[in-house]
Ligand binder design. Structure first.
Ligand SMILES: Nc1nc2c(ncn2[C@@H]2O[C@H](COP(=O)(O)OP(=O)(O)OP(=O)(O)O)[C@@H](O)[C@H]2O)c(=O)[nH]1
Length: 196
């Protein structure tokens, strides 16, 4: 990972942007392609994350050509029927050649420019395989960095029929890193877009 601190140069970091959901609260829209301030939400996430990592993939289950046009690999879920965000995380953990995977949702346009560096540093400092983003009020479970050697752990969790991100995370040694709350303003329903 060029041009960053010495600790970061020794590890490879990939990122996955999760855009594989059904967007039910948005009337079934593909949230990554919804426009916010003139640009699709996926472009905000790409602009924030691409400069921070070595390899980036997009987790999507429809509109593959549209996502592929951004020049990154597009990964469909390997589990059927929209099992939730962890399906996209697993597909990415199995596909990337990196030591760590940064996970971020596509519906969060103001991700911090130092997200990856700070989450990775927090995980390394605590010597744990998982660091989850937080603000002063709450933990943002869908924004985290995880060591890719946890892929079998995640595959086992999903194979048991479990789906919840926070419960999977609770089973791993982990730490949190605190950011400004505004970084995690996200879009779940049409009124969120109007407010943003
Ligand atoms: N790959 C993949 N990603 C998912 C899946 N479900 C949700 N996500 C992603 O996980 C993130 C958080 O999910 P939600 O905010 O609940 O998004 P959603 O499922 O599209 O929206 P709702 O249907 O309204 O809950 C979003 O970036 C989604 O794209 C899934 O089954 N597969």
């Amino acid at each position: 990972m060029p041009g960053r601190g010495s600790k970061l140069e020794s590890v490879r970091v990939a990122a996955v942007i999760l855009a594989g959901g059904q967007g039910r609260r948005m009337g079934g829209a593909d949230k990554g392609l919804i426009e916010y301030q003139g640009r699709p939400l996926i472009e905000w996430a790409l602009a924030a994350l691409a400069p921070q990592i070595d390899e980036l993939v997009i987790s999507a289950n429809r509109n593959f050509d549209t996502y592929a046009a951004y020049g990154h690999r597009v990964l469909p879920d390997t589990l059927p029927d929209f099992p939730g965000p962890l399906a996209g995380v697993l597909a990415a953990m199995q596909a990337v050649a990196a030591d760590w995977l940064q996970v971020a949702p596509c519906d969060t346009p103001h991700l911090p420019a130092d997200l990856v560096a700070r989450l990775l540093a927090a995980a390394q400092r605590a010597n744990v395989p998982l660091a989850v983003a937080a603000d002063a009020a709450r933990v943002h479970h869908s924004c985290f960095i995880v060591r890719t050697d946890q892929r079998d752990n995640l595959a086992g969790y999903l194979a048991r029929g479990a789906r919840a991100v926070r419960h999977w995370q609770a089973g791993l040694p982990s730490t949190t890193e605190c950011f400004e709350a505004a970084c995690f303003a996200n879009f779940n329903q049409p009124q969120d877009l109007r407010a943003g």
